[in-house]
Design a protein around this ligand. Structure first.
Ligand SMILES: N[C@@H](CCC(=O)N[C@@H](CS)C(=O)NCC(=O)O)C(=O)O
Length: 206
């Protein structure tokens, strides 16, 4: 059994849609970020960074519990734990990891910039916000180009790269609605949204 400590944010949803997709048994526990539960001693013992998501895999490696934070690390761990969504073939695995890292180190942080820059000044600085939005969209256009070549981000099969990107795209629907182009990304987002595992995962925590 895996315990997932999470909240309704794209980082949290990344972990929950992956858990749903793998079918690994898990229980979700809501961490109330607005109430500051992530800064309580009980939670800081799980993740000293005071951030969701965190998983506790009670049947971790060697039969011992594993506590793991960072949504990207959680996705890789769950892929290896379940044997799904991260190929073992070295070439395919490298290609999945390339797409996955583009999401985790470029696209997701650009989305986080939109969140933090909106809070940095009151009111938000229009030129800074426009810069962040354009940067986010230009990074999304790289994902769109990948999706023009094949149905999923890293090729012919769905992978951790797709599960990593979807919650970020869903959270930025308003920006996508205003943007032009990105037709392959939009097609992919509709396909992802229609998957039962993705829709169940997006609704966690209830
Ligand atoms: N790089 C981390 C980011 C995690 C993160 O930023 N979590 C946010 C919610 S989306 C959080 O817990 N924030 C609480 C806080 O900063 O007080 C990941 O991918 O898991």
């Amino acid at each position: 059994m895996i315990d997932l400590y999470t909240a309704a944010t794209s980082n949290g949803q990344r972990a929950s849609i992956m858990l749903e997709a793998t079918g690994l048994p898990y229980r979700a526990h809501k961490v109330d970020l607005a109430a500051g539960e992530q800064r309580k001693a009980e939670f800081l013992r799980l993740n000293p960074a005071g951030q969701i998501p965190v998983i506790v895999d009670h049947g971790g490696p060697g039969g011992r519990p594993l506590v793991l934070a960072q949504s990207g690390a959680i996705l890789i761990y769950l892929a290896e734990r379940s044997g799904r969504f991260l190929p073992t073939d070295q070439r395919k695995r490298a290609q999945v990891l390339e797409a996955f890292m583009q999401v985790m180190t470029d696209i997701a942080p650009a989305s986080a910039d939109l969140f933090y820059m909106a809070k940095a000044t009151e009111p938000p600085h229009p030129e800074v916000m426009a810069y962040c939005k354009n940067r986010f969209l230009s990074l999304l256009s790289l994902a769109d180009r990948r999706l023009a070549r094949h149905p999923w981000l890293a090729g012919e099969e769905i992978s951790i790269a797709d599960f990593a990107l979807y919650p970020t795209v869903a959270a930025r629907q308003a920006i996508l609605d205003e943007a032009e182009g990105l037709s392959d990304l939009r097609r992919w987002a509709r396909t992802m949204a229609a998957r039962p595992d993705v829709s169940r995962g997006m609704a966690v925590p209830r």
